[in-house]
Design a protein around this ligand. Structure first.
Ligand code: MSP
Length: 498
């Protein structure tokens, strides 16, 4: 049976435009989705927007749309969707939490949790940060302020419904302990374990003071807490409550800021509703811009579309993944981007492709010579393992070491000398090895740099579809490039930027 792969991104708040941080998560999900499609798997790549948050409501009011919140959300959601489209992302479903399908799924889910005895009424008093949409204890605050938003939380006092989160403490600890792949990377697992063991309490899952959001089934005076509603998007996006085989999700991709919601609250909710848990949550780090935290107040929020317009979509993807170690924190700087573009893309990859094609034109009239043995050994297994373990940096390393090996091979073989000396067989072997290596590089680049990959394959006179319904593995065998075929040298892939 065809394997399935279901990957999700967080659903984003749309009180502003997408930043390069949001693009980072979504691009990683796209790389993985393309990789699994390339393996011949059935893929569901879900992303979307978190629309029932109080901050979206305030953002609507700030632009004079307090009377038409849904209209404001429609405009903003369209901006987000257009952004992902313009970056060439291949999400299969864009979910919005104001969709009727989601509202109804949340109602069904709520009733399942309630039927299990996990919802009770109580009075709540606590410190609430609107930026995080979360309650804090005094101990969480830094000088009385939210550590992330640097604003003082407000005191909220109301009658709410609570979720019996603590009932699931032991099951969660056991599950996390038994399944190391459930929370990755490992450093995050310890953070979650300590929270679940020592700090987790039952949480309030409704607001009586809120007018926006999904009403509690049977009590219209209360709205469901935005996180309780938002997490359920992963089920709605997979067709819940209808039976289907997408759930459980294979990989929730999130930033490290929202790990507790995904690794404690969400699995507890699923256990309560009697549903299986996702296989894995992977948390990437946060990045700064030129060393500073990216924030609206600092005015240094980078628009991913600006970068893509200045360079191209593939360069943006390449840079984000190459520059920032997945799982760790990193920094985004345009100087580094330009350096990598001119170095790794223009000088290394672009130059390799250009010179191999030029020499094939020059010495063989653009025809592919007879087969010869190359130096690919071990590259595919290393690449596959890295991709399967979500070590995207390592997978790109495999590709770049091939690019470098190929460039060194050009230098050491010096085809121009072989041509002068009349070493025809050695010249032919050298060119075949280089052309065939280019083909493998193109395939490995497909999930990361789909346009570049396609251009390289086209220059080898090979065609490739955007989506693969069939496994491409047969194409990864050495020697698949057919002798006698003609190559087509095109424009330089990455013209240098001064
Ligand atoms: N709406 C919630 C998520 C609900 S999921 C059921 C939310 N939204 S958010 O708009 O604030 O997006 C947070 C996510 O954006 C982070 O988890 C991360 O994936 C991404 N990032 C936003 N800024 C980022 C950086 N500066 N660096 C890396 N990723 C960042 O939280």
């Amino acid at each position: 049976m065809q394997k399935k792969f279901y990957v999700s991104t967080p659903i984003y708040y749309i009180n502003g435009k997408p930043s390069i941080g949001h693009a980072y998560t979504t691009i990683i999900a796209d790389v993985l989705a393309r990789y699994h499609r390339m393996l011949g798997e059935r893929v569901l790549f879900l992303t979307g927007t978190d629309e029932n948050s109080q901050k979206n409501v305030e953002a609507a009011a700030a632009v004079g749309k307090a009377g038409d919140i849904q209209g404001y959300l429609d405009e903003m959601a369209a901006i987000w969707e257009r952004t992902w489209d313009s970056l060439g992302l291949t999400h299969d479903r864009f979910i919005r939490t104001t969709e009727p399908a989601h509202r109804s799924a949340v109602g069904t889910f709520w009733k399942a949790v309630e039927a299990n005895g996990d919802i009770y009424q109580g009075a709540y008093e606590g410190l609430y940060c609107k930026g995080c949409e979360a309650f804090y204890s005094e101990a969480d605050l830094v000088e009385g302020k939210c550590p992330l938003h640097k604003t003082a939380p407000e005191t909220i006092k109301e009658k709410n419904y609570f979720f019996r989160l603590t009932k699931y403490r032991d099951v969660l600890l056991e599950h996390i302990g038994k399944h190391p792949e459930f929370i990755r990377p490992e450093s995050r697992r310890n953070e979650v374990l300590s929270y679940v063991r020592d700090f987790m309490t039952d949480i309030s899952i409704t607001r009586s003071s809120m007018k926006w959001g999904i009403p509690v089934p049977g009590d219209e005076s209360q709205r469901i807490y935005v996180w309780f509603d938002a997490l359920i998007n992963y089920l709605t996006g997979a067709g819940y409550p209808d039976a289907n085989d997408w759930w459980p999700c294979d990989l929730h991709l999130v930033g490290k800021d929202i790990i507790k919601f995904h690794c404690a609250l969400w699995p507890a909710m699923l256990l309560s509703a009697g549903l299986p848990l996702p296989a894995s949550v992977f948390a990437h780090g946060f990045f700064t811009v030129n060393g500073d935290k990216m924030s609206k107040s600092l005015g240094n929020v980078i628009d991913p579309v600006d970068i893509a317009n200045q360079y191209d979509n593939d360069t943006l993807r390449f840079f984000l993944i190459r520059e920032i170690m997945l799982g760790g924190d990193g920094d985004f700087s345009e100087a580094r981007l330009k350096e990598r573009y001119n170095g790794e893309l223009a000088n290394e990859l672009g130059n390799l492709v250009q010179r191999v094609l030029s020499m094939t034109e020059k010495y063989f009239d653009g025809r592919i010579p007879e087969r010869a043995e190359g130096f690919l050994a071990g590259a595919w297994p290393a690449y596959r393992l890295a991709m399967d373990e979500v070590r995207l940096n390592d997978a790109l390393d495999v590709v770049w070491s091939l690019v470098r090996q190929a460039n060194q091979y050009v230098e050491s073989q010096a085809p121009w000398k072989l041509a002068k000396l009349g070493e025809d067989k050695m010249l032919a072997d050298t060119m075949y090895v280089l052309l065939e290596t280019l083909r493998h590089i193109a395939w490995m680049l497909l999930p990361f740099m789909p346009l570049t990959s396609k251009r390289i394959l086209q220059s080898l006179n090979l065609t490739v579809a955007d989506e693969f319904s069939q496994s491409a593995e047969s194409a990864w065998v050495w020697g698949e490039l057919t002798p006698g075929g003609t190559i087509k040298k095109g424009e330089a892939l990455f013209p240098r930027k001064e």
